[in-house]
Ligand binder design. Structure first.
Ligand code: COA
Length: 164
């Protein structure tokens, strides 16, 4: 039986930090579904469709990753995929409390679902989509944080030339 995990998030936009979790997740699971939240509380820079398109672009070489969207409760979505595992990346200690709360809630209301936390690699421990957006909007160098396709899309959003 295929081991399938769901990797949910807002991915506004996807960064090397997320891609690192996906790559390492594929050493544990046969298939990963990257699930973009439609009803995130956050004000997104990219539309859901744009975020999906960007993720598809950067994972296209990896046949075991699919990209989807979900709305409503994450555990309902995970069950509808026939999956039992949610992958979340943990960065600094500050992530822990929030993630712990969500994982507890998810395991209480969705009893068959496990959350697997993966420690974010050291070089991405300080990264977040918001900080990348801020640096890019101020014409900073984001080459170390996002793939070229994402950099291009970000610079376009901020009305900057394609190349810095
Ligand atoms: N490397 C670098 N950055 C990372 C990272 C990693 N490995 N993992 C997460 N991040 C960053 C993201 O870029 C994001 O940055 P931002 O806040 O600047 O945008 C931040 O960490 C956290 O974002 P994300 O992982 O996308 O989570 P989220 O909090 O935006 O979304 C959901 C969480 C969508 C999974 C959650 O809200 C959810 O399940 N919603 C559905 C409704 C539901 O079921 N609610 C009940 C839950 S109890």
């Amino acid at each position: 039986m295929n081991k399938v995990a769901v990797y949910p998030g807002s991915f506004d936009p996807i960064t090397y930090g997320h891609l690192d979790i996906i790559k390492r997740g594929l050493t544990i699971f046969d298939e990963i579904i990257v699930a973009v939240a439609r009803n995130s509380q956050k004000n997104s820079l990219f539309t859901t469709e744009e975020r999906v398109g960007l993720i598809e672009d950067v994972v296209k070489e990896e046949g075991r990753v699919t990209v989807d969207t979900f709305s409503g409760l994450l555990i309902d979505y995970v069950s509808s995929c026939g999956a039992h595992v949610i992958i979340r990346g943990l960065r600094a200690i500050s992530d822990f409390e929030y993630e712990f709360q969500i994982a507890q809630m998810n395991s209480t209301i969705g009893q068959q679902i496990e959350t697997l936390f993966m420690m974010t690699s050291l070089q991405y421990g300080y990264l977040s989509s918001s900080i990348v957006k801020e640096v890019c909007s101020l014409n900073g160098d984001i080459d170390k944080f996002v793939p070229p396709e994402i950099k291009k899309a970000l610079r376009q959003k901020y009305g900057l030339s394609e190349i810095r």
